[in-house]
Design a protein around this ligand. Structure first.
Ligand SMILES: NC(=O)c1ccc[n+]([C@@H]2O[C@H](COP(=O)([O-])OP(=O)(O)OC[C@H]3O[C@@H](n4cnc5c(N)ncnc54)[C@H](OP(=O)(O)O)[C@@H]3O)[C@@H](O)[C@H]2O)c1
Length: 244
C-alpha cells in the first residue's frame, strides 16, 4: 500500500537480472502490479517469453549475464522499448558450497563471475546512465551471508560480502547525484537456487518456513517507494525461524 509520502512507481522502467525465476521474478511481478515497465534478463529464453506474454509492458533479453555486452544491451533495449531506465536490479546469482579446502575451484570461479563480476559490470554500466539522468535506483541482491558466514559457505559468502563492499562504496560515491543504492539481504528463500542440493537447506538448518520470493519482493518495493530524500542502504529479511 502506498502512502501520501511514498513514491508512485507507475510508469518507471526497471531492468531486472535473474528475472526468470525466484526473487527476480517475484520482484518483477510486484513492480508490474504497481505499473512499472520491465526489462527481464536470464538464460531461459522460453521462460522469459512466457513472462513477456503475461506481464504488461515487459521486454525480455535472453543470455548469459557474464557476457560483457549484456549490461549495455539491456540498457539499449530499455531505451528502445520504453525510453528510460529508472531502476536496475542486479539480482542474478547462483550458489556453490563446500569446505574451502576441497571446493570445486572451477565451480567457484563460475559463481564469482556471475555473483560478483557480472554484478559489478552491470552496476558500472547502469550508473553512468543514471548519473547522466540525475536519478535512478540501483539494487543488488546480497544475502545474510554477505554479513556473516557459516562453515561450508565461504565461497558463496565471499561473493555476497563483495556485493556489500561495492554497494557501500557506491552509495557514498553517488551522494547528491540522485542515484540511490540498496542491497537486499535475504535469509533462506524457497527458490530454485538450491536445486542441486541433495537435502534442502531448510531441512539441514531446521527452518520450518523459509521465506517466499514474494516476501523479498516486498522489501524491494519498500526501498523503491521511498521518496527521493530517503535512501535505504540495506534491508535484511530473514525467516523468523532461521537461527543465523
Ligand atoms: N534463495 C535464497 O535462499 C537466497 C538467499 C539470499 C540471496 N539469494 C540471492 O538471490 C538471487 C536470486 O536467486 P533466487 O534465490 O531467486 O534463485 P533462482 O530462482 O535460481 O534465480 C536465479 C536467477 O539468476 C539467473 N542466472 C543465474 N545464472 C545466470 C547466468 N549465468 N546468466 C544469466 N542469468 C543467470 C537465473 O536465470 P536463468 O536460470 O534463466 O539463467 C535466475 O533467474 C541470487 O543472487 C541469490 O544469490 C538467494
Amino acid at each position: 500500500m502506498t502512502t501520501a509520502l511514498s513514491q508512485d512507481l507507475a510508469g518507471k522502467v526497471a531492468i531486472i537480472t535473474g528475472g526468470t525465476s525466484g526473487i527476480g521474478l517475484a520482484s518483477a511481478e510486484a513492480l508490474s502490479a504497481r505499473g512499472v515497465k520491465l526489462v527481464l534478463h536470464g538464460r531461459r529464453a522460453e521462460v522469459l517469453e512466457q513472462h513477456a506474454a503475461r506481464l504488461p509492458d515487459c521486454a525480455v533479453l535472453a543470455g548469459d549475464i557474464t557476457d560483457q555486452a549484456a549490461p549495455q544491451a539491456l540498457i539499449d533495449l530499455a531505451m528502445q522499448r520504453f525510453g528510460r531506465v529508472d531502476i536496475a536490479f542486479a539480482n542474478a546469482g547462483l550458489i556453490h558450497t563446500g569446505p574451502v579446502e576441497d571446493i570445486d575451484l572451477d565451480a567457484l570461479s563460475a559463481m564469482i563471475r556471475v555473483n560478483v563480476d557480472a554484478a559489478f559490470r552491470f552496476a558500472y554500466t547502469v550508473l553512468t546512465h543514471m548519473k547522466a539522468q540525475g536519478a535512478g535506483d540501483l539494487l543488488f541482491t546480497g544475502s545474510v551471508l554477505g554479513t556473516k558466514t557459516r562453515i561450508g559457505a565461504g565461497g558463496y559468502s565471499a561473493t555476497k560480502y563483495a556485493i556489500e563492499g561495492l554497494a557501500e562504496a557506491l552509495r557514498m560515491e553517488l551522494v547528491n547525484t540522485g542515484v540511490r543504492v540498496t542491497v537486499i539481504e535475504p535469509g533462506l528463500v524457497r527458490t530454485d537456487l538450491h536445486r542441486a542440493f541433495e537435502v534442502r537447506p531448510e531441512v539441514v538448518q531446521g527452518i520450518d518456513r523459509p521465506l517466499l520470493p514474494e516476501d523479498v519482493a516486498r522489501a524491494v518495493v519498500f526501498a523503491l517507494e521511498q521518496p527521493p530524500h530517503v535512501l535505504i542502504p540495506r534491508i535484511m529479511v530473514l525467516p523468523s525461524g532461521q537461527n543465523i
